[in-house]
Design a protein around this ligand. Structure first.
Ligand SMILES: Cc1cc2nc3c(=O)[nH]c(=O)nc-3n(C[C@H](O)[C@H](O)[C@H](O)COP(=O)(O)OP(=O)(O)OC[C@H]3O[C@@H](n4cnc5c(N)ncnc54)[C@H](O)[C@@H]3O)c2cc1C
Length: 315
């Protein structure tokens, strides 16, 4: 039986939704599972952590995310707890932390996985901007995987058994790279990489103020608001809203593209969305070849109508 470790990501103390996907994947594997949390108190999270064997709490007076310290601590945890496989979320922090961890733990890393077989240390990930799916097998050493949000079905724990709690100290050594400040995005309340619904606007939005109509629809749908690079470059939207090759990779259940042509660089960032709806006034726009549903029309007419219809349907 393999020892599986999970890095449970807490954002300002909040348990990220994608952690539930990691936990579901690990519980289903039938292997021994240990979850690592950097926090002052694990009790608020114990309900989420039911049905696994061990919770490893990393403690220190200051637990602010510093990549060197987190990577060294996790490398030590992997050694001490003999972890064969260690998984995290393919989030902004996961992208920063796991390559460092791979170097410190001398482990192999497969990033941005769409499927992971923990027992056999295999994973499937997109390559060449999503044109191909490659299957990786990690032999020898600890296998590290980061999993793209919204790809694993969340299942409740089959057992209510409370895990054993172990504590380890945060590595307090020197920092070669130090995070001196983190600026919170002013535009987003919903993390696009974890959002279940995203309404995105392109160059056709014409002005920053016009994004208000997308925000109105987003409020009704409880969704995030994204943008194409053309909209970001034109100053209509902030860079953290950009979806695509040089922006965020998103994977919602529903992606509504408003006035976006469907360039490959945008498409690679949202192509795994379960349902794509395109609103475009040009019936020949390439996005219609990729969308599940298309509305040919002026977005300034269609989006407010959609908002009213969704409001009625959802009330
Ligand atoms: C290296 C590189 C990286 C890139 N990375 C990204 C990236 O990460 N993300 C990204 O998005 N792009 C990226 N791009 C840019 C990409 O190639 C496209 O230029 C960009 O996606 C186009 O944005 P758009 O669809 O909003 O604009 P356009 O291509 O100009 O399309 C606007 C669309 O709106 C429609 N339209 C106009 N008025 C209306 C209206 N009133 N109602 C409805 N529809 C209307 C038009 O018919 C048209 O289809 C990258 C490019 C390069 C070279």
């Amino acid at each position: 039986m393999a020892n599986i470790g999970l890095y449970i990501e807490l954002k300002n103390g909040i348990f990220k939704k994608s952690n539930r996907e990691l936990l579901s994947l690990a519980r289903k594997s039938g292997q021994r599972v240990a979850a690592v949390l950097f926090c002052q108190d694990v009790q608020p999270y114990m309900d989420e952590l039911k049905g696994i064997q061990t919770v490893i709490q990393v403690k220190a007076a200051d637990l602010a995310y510093q990549p060197d310290r987190y990577a060294r601590t996790l490398a030590a945890v992997i050694r001490e707890f003999n972890l064969d496989v260690f998984c995290g979320i393919f989030s902004a922090q996961g992208k920063d932390l796991f390559p460092r961890l791979a170097a410190k733990a001398k482990a192999s890393l497969v990033n941005d996985c769409l499927a992971v077989d923990l027992e056999n240390r295999r994973a499937v990930k997109p390559v060449y901007s999503g044109k191909l799916l490659a299957e990786y097998q990690v032999d020898g050493g600890t296998a590290l995987f980061t999993v793209r949000p919204n790809v694993i079905a969340v299942e409740a724990a089959a057992s209510a058994q409370a895990p054993e709690i172990r504590t380890v100290a945060l590595d307090g050594g020197d920092l070669t790279t130090k995070i001196v400040s983190v600026q919170k995005s002013a535009s987003q309340t919903i993390d696009l990489t974890e959002a279940e619904i995203i309404v995105s606007g392109g160059r056709a939005m014409k002005a920053k103020e016009n994004f208000a109509i997308l925000e109105d629809l987003a409020k009704v749908l409880n969704s995030g608001v994204g943008a194409s690079r053309a909209a970001v470059d034109a100053g209509f939207a902030s860079s953290d809203m950009q979806v695509g090759q040089t922006g965020k990779v998103v994977n919602p259940k529903l992606y509504i593209a408003c006035g976006i042509s469907g360039a490959i660089q945008h498409f690679v960032g949202m192509k795994t969305s379960k349902i794509i709806v395109a609103i475009n006034k040009d019936p020949e726009a390439p996005i219609f070849k990729k969308a599940d549903y298309g509305i040919v029309g002026d977005l300034f007419t269609v989006v407010p109508l959609l908002k009213e219809e969704f409001k009625k349907a959802l009330s």
